[in-house]
Structures are given as structure tokens and as C-alpha cells.
Design a protein. Sequence first.
Length: 364
Amino acid sequence: MEQLRIPGPTPCPKEVLQAMSRQMINHRGPEFTKMLNNVTAKLKQFFQTKGDVFLLTGSGTGGLEAAIVNTLSPGDKVLSVSIGVFGERFATIAQQFGADVVPLKFEWGKAADADAVGKALEAEPKIKAVLVTHNETSTGVTNDLGAISSVVKQFDKLLLVDAISSLGSINLPVDDWHCDIVVTGSQKGWMVPPGLAMVSVSEKAWQAHASAKMPRFYWDFTKAKKYLEKGETPWTPAISVVFALDVSLDMLLKEGLDNIFARQARLGQATRDGVKSLGLSLFADEKYASNTVTAVATSNGLDIKKMRQILREEHQVVLAGGQQSLDGKIFRIGHLGWVNEDDIKEVISKIKIVLPQAGFISST
Ligand SMILES: *Cc1c(COP(=O)(O)O)cnc(C)c1O
């Protein structure tokens, strides 16, 4: 079987794929209502929230757009805390809808500094909201969201979080950390195909929503809430993906949140140890290295494109490359969702075989 080790879409267990093959049901009938209510209740356990959680049909980026257009108005000042490609994307969405974006960028491979966030908020008192990526998939870095959130809340700002590649895999207690909107996507740690974004909405986010003037129709949270109250979604949902999520959430709950976080931590460590044992270097600051995706820097003549091609064609191992300015400079191993220690061992041993064929000259 192919080892799909990219940071989403991730492989799905057989039970989940089987659930996807079910016959269609009426999305405005009692069977769907029961499933939607169950899935929403289970998701709240993963978000660790008593607030609202909505299933939106769309990819994760749709969820990010929903977070922005539902809480902001054109002209609002927002602080964009960015450490990579996805932080930049979040800021671009806000900008496209007319927000006045104040950028706070950190070197790619490093985490955001909470003190710098505090200084930026002090310097610009008109800032209404802070955008932050919990786990930056493009660089393999996890921000200290707890520390950032305490600073943001000291200044009483809205906190909008891209947790697309972390929620359900890395601890993110939404209510304890006072996150106002948190977004994730079905194809990351959830062992489910692409098609759904899941978002939480806090009381403070609802207050902002009441006066938010950005244009919105499909993503409108007022409609999402009104329909969820009767056990429906405003528009036809990706029913097959909801079938899949219903099954995968049961599997994940059976494992338990703490066990999942611990497994992810072990897999992250095993991947980093494995990469280093090959004489390769990690791209990310190891102190903040992600437990769902590992970025590896090129060195010693390694041709990353060639390595990925040989791995794919001769060893059925699919790894991700670098995005934008990191193209050709890093490769990324996804280790979130349905993955165990043996998968990581296999991937590392295949990389070991291919390295010399892709120009890597060992320095040890
Ligand atoms: C994958 C990812 C996205 C984009 O999600 P899509 O489902 O491709 O729209 C955004 N942010 C992060 C951190 C991601 O990992």
C-alpha cells in the first residue's frame, strides 16, 4: 500500500472509507439530523468547548474565510501573526475583504514570540482582532498558542485561529485559551477525506458577528446557527464526508484525546530522531517542532525533487515538498491522522535507501 505521508489529505481507515460508500439520505430528514447532532456533540469534545461548533462544507480555507467575514467589517484593523505560508494566506483573506492588516511576521522555521504580539497590540490600540496559525504546516512549527492567547486576552482582542493541521492531534483547549474562532479541516488529523471545515464560535465572536459588515452569504454563521437548531445545515452538506466523520470520531474518542496527543508526540519525536539519524537537519526550531508535520532542510547535495520522485515511483512513499520560497529547499513528512510508529520507521528506512541516489553525500 502507498504511504501517503503528506500533511493532508491523510489516509483513511477501512471503516471510514466503508462509511463513505453508504447510499444518500435526505439532508433534511430525521436520520441526518440525528447524525449531525451526534457529530457536533462529539466535535465539541475535541474542541474542548461549550460554545458553538459548525460543520461547513468546504475545505479548510473556506473555514478561514468564514472566521473573517463573520466577525469583521471593512476597515477593521487586524494583527496578522504569521510564521509561514498559511499565516500569509489568513492575512490575504482578511485583506481581500477590506480589513486593514497590520503584519507581524517571524522568520520561517521559527515560532511567533508572544511578547512581540503584546508590543504590536500596545503600539496599535485600534486593532480589533488577531489572526494566528496554531500549527504552521508549511514550516513544521507549532506556535505557543496558550502564551499568545493570554497576551491577546490581556488586550481584550478577538482571537481567530487556524488550527487546521493541529486540532484533534495537538492539545488546543478552545475555552481555556479563550479562542474566539478556531478552524480545522476534515482531511488533516481526522482520518477523513477532504470536504468539511469545522469551526468553533465563542460568545465574544457572536458579539463581533452582530455588527460585522463584511459581505457573506454561504458562510453566514447566523444561518448556520438557525439551521443547526433544527438539526440541519443551511445548504446541502457533503453528506458522505459526514458519514465518514461520524465513524472516525468514534474511533478517535475510543482512543481518547490524551492518548492521541501522546501518540502524536511520540510520532513527532520518532520522525525527528529518524531524520537526524540519516544525517539530515530539521528546518524548524526543534523547541517548537510540530508533532503533526516535520520539515527537513536540504543539505549535502540532496536534490529534493529527485528524492521525492524516486520515493514515489520506486517505493510508494509520497512526501510533500516545500511551498513558495521553500520549494526545493525543504521536504515535509506528514504524520497526522491514521499513522503509527511502524509507518514512520518504514518511511525513514525508504528515505535512507534513496538519499544517495538523490545526490546526498553523507558527512558522517
Ligand atoms: C491544509 C491547511 C490549510 C488549507 O486547508 P485547505 O483544506 O487546503 O483549504 C490552511 N492552514 C493550514 C495550517 C493547513 O494545514
